[in-house]
Design a protein around this ligand. Structure first.
Ligand code: TXA
Ligand code: MG
Length: 332
């Protein structure tokens, strides 16, 4: 199959035709690119799993263009859901709510709930509107690889497997949406993102963040290997630990690349260092592109810890998974 990359109104209309005939299309959102299909068509949804090589017990988020589209998907829109929607939708947040029987099991992977998200990216919303149905979509990467933040990233992973990538430029946020489970007694963040725990607490009062090991099917995606570059990846406690690790690898004849925020780059010098940017938002926007660059150009990645809390805490949630929990401190 030829994979076309196209932009503009013509691409949107062609994409909508493919969706209506039961196919899959990659499209931009403000977080990462998604691989979409008609959420009410179980066969089309099965095609997403095939194209990505995704385990079938990992449910998909359903994307909507407006609140009316949410009505057929959930059985109740609670006060808490309304409050979060009012504060952060459209935007980088996904609500887990009790699902309506109209949502195929192929979308929810058999769970009684469904994830709902209204992207703020204009191209995404126009595309969903043209499709006329809610769009089920995971990130448009090969399963377990780094999520794509440009059309070129999607092409790298899915060329030959999907007919069309709608190009909407680089994603502004850069990591996947915050997932908040509103189907349980206490609202629970299942995946942190640019809408932070602090922001959600302000709206909801009480919020907890899920930090445990996932064994049961509450949030199946959390138990899988994720965001993995195709090369060795470690997190360093700080710039000094990163420099020591870099030197140790260099002595073995290996070229690692250090990824760090701009303020840490000053302490590191320029050799073998890639800056992720100055502000938290820039770092978040650049992180996946930098990991993809590094896996192509280096023998391994040393990622300098960005610290806890806020958006950087959400970025580190992904990077720690990229590294499979592997960390280095200063040699004692
Ligand atoms: O920003 C995003 O959310 C992007 C863009 C494309 O919208 N989408 C995305 O989808 O990241 P995906 O499939 O890569 O990640 C969705 C995560 C998975 O870990 C999945 O297990 C979880 O959401 N999920 C989906 N439905 C769920 C449900 N009903 N209950 C618990 N977790 C759910
Ligand atoms: Mg994903």
């Amino acid at each position: 199959m030829e994979t076309e990359i196209a932009s503009g109104r013509g691409a949107l209309l062609r994409g909508a035709e493919i969706i209506k005939s039961g196919g899959v299309v990659a499209f931009p959102t403000e977080t990462v690119y998604g691989l979409g299909a008609d959420a009410y068509n179980a066969d089309a949804v099965a095609e997403i799993y095939r194209a990505k090589g995704r385990p079938s017990d990992n449910p998909l988020i359903v994307h909507i263009a407006d609140t009316e589209q949410a009505e057929g998907l959930v059985t109740e829109f609670s006060d808490a859901a309304r409050a979060v929607a009012k504060a952060f939708m459209p935007g980088p947040v996904t609500l887990i709510l009790p699902k309506s029987p109209a949502v195929p099991n192929a979308v929810s992977a058999g769970l009684p709930t469904v994830g709902i998200r209204m992207p703020s990216h204009e191209v995404a919303r126009e595309f969903i509107r043209e499709c006329g149905v809610p769009i089920a979509a995971p990130s448009a990467n090969v399963s377990a690889h780094i999520s794509p933040t440009s059309a070129a990233h999607v092409y790298e992973d899915l060329k030959g497997r999907i007919p069309l990538i709608i190009d909407g430029g680089e994603c502004g946020v850069g990591i996947e949406s915050t997932i908040i489970d509103l189907s349980s007694d206490v609202p629970t963040i299942l995946r942190p993102g640019a809408v932070t725990e602090e922001m959600l607490t302000e709206v909801l009062g009480e919020v907890t963040t899920f930090r445990g090991e996932v064994k049961v099917a509450k949030a199946p995606g959390m138990k899988y290997k994720h965001y993995a570059p195709k090369c060795d990846t470690v997190v360093a406690d700080g710039p000094d630990a990163a420099a020591a690790e870099y030197a140790a690898r260099r002595a073995e004849g290996k070229r690692y690349l250090i990824l760090a925020r701009e303020s840490d780059c000053k302490a590191l010098g320029r050799e073998g260092v890639l800056s992720l940017g100055k502000t938290d938002e820039e770092v978040c926007r650049n992180v996946y592109g930098a990991l993809r660059y590094a896996e192509k150009h280096a023998d391994g990645i040393i990622f300098v810890d960005l610290g806890d809390g806020g958006i950087c805490g959400s970025v580190m949630n992904r990077v720690n998974k990229s590294a499979g929990g592997c960390r280095v401190g200063l040699p004692k």
